[in-house]
Design a protein around this ligand. Sequence first.
Ligand SMILES: Nc1ncnc2c1ncn2[C@@H]1O[C@H](COP(=O)(O)OP(=O)(O)OP(=O)(O)O)[C@@H](O)[C@H]1O
Ligand SMILES: [Mg+2]
Length: 345
Amino acid sequence: MTLLTVRSLKKDFGIKEILKDASFSLDDRDKVGLIGTNGSGKSTLLKMIAGLEAIDGGEIQINSGMKIVYLPQQPDLDNDKTVLEQVFADSGESMTLIKEYEELSDRLVHEPENLDTIMERLSRVSQQIDKLAAWDLETNAKVILSKLGIDNFNARVGDLSGGYRKRIAIATALLADPDCLLMDEPTNHLDALSVEWLQSYLSRFRGGLLLITHDRYFLDRVVDTIFAFETGGNIRQYPGNYSLYLDQKKEEEEPKEKKVTPKTVKASPSPVNKKISFKEKKEYEDIEKQIPILEAKKAEIEQVLYGEPLEDFTKITALTEELAQLSQKIDTLTDRWLELAEKLG
Ligand SMILES: Nc1ncnc2c1ncn2[C@@H]1O[C@H](COP(=O)(O)OP(=O)(O)OP(=O)(O)O)[C@@H](O)[C@H]1O
Ligand SMILES: [Mg+2]
């Protein structure tokens, strides 16, 4: 079933044209990674689908009855709410009833004189919760929050750091039971264990997913299609995960550039473009040497992590963290390498 369809979408901020003529669709169970350089328009696209940013042409059609939940890059939360209240902010009736049930249970202990009235009300609320099958909501919320590293459910949102606020927003999005999740950089600020948990949660998620992340390792594990922002304001679709996308790109570039990639380049191209400075050329050459070393180290860790089953939890955590840092570093260096390679001509 198709969740949403985007046709000839156009977005132009005046000084910057983000999309010229983008078309794609997202089916239930599709897991899509949205990639592009910084400032290419990834966040803007998710905002447009979420209905929070105007479109300048084309259309976005959302299948009626589909619940689309959007996790912003920088979530806007209510500072005065507690963690649990914030997580339940979108759960509407279910949460109101659970809160009422808890209040009534509390009054039952403190107001013995009103026992009959409270009991009667408690019974009605309990039936309504039964009807909505909402009993598990609070338990689920606490499990998800704990998995994301939050244990103080009554902390005030305003007292928490940006990283923790993002975790609360992730928990809120997951608990909303969406048909389609739009997630903007969910792994930023997460520790390695939370990243692992989210990765496996999203891999099993039964709805559609449109995900932005710079964590290529996360992308590889979660998505089955890549939508890439291409120069010229279009989005190109690549079946497969991020590694397959890189392979496809490499193949396309091979005849033109004779396998010029960070991993395979042996000799640097001559600096035909005089715009590149000596310092940049040196940086380019250094990156070329660094990337294969980091890739090898990454492969080594992956072999330990995913080869034989590991039982030492501390070791798994340390390796996972190291892996995430390595992936991030390789990404940053690859981006910079590509930038310099373009300058070199
Ligand atoms: N409201 C706005 N008005 C004008 N320009 C904007 C507006 N919002 C975003 N932009 C510009 O549009 C471009 C795309 O922004 P967007 O945040 O969508 O990029 P992104 O791909 O998500 O980047 P990043 O990877 O850094 O998160 C950027 O150049 C940004 O400065
Ligand atoms: Mg963004």
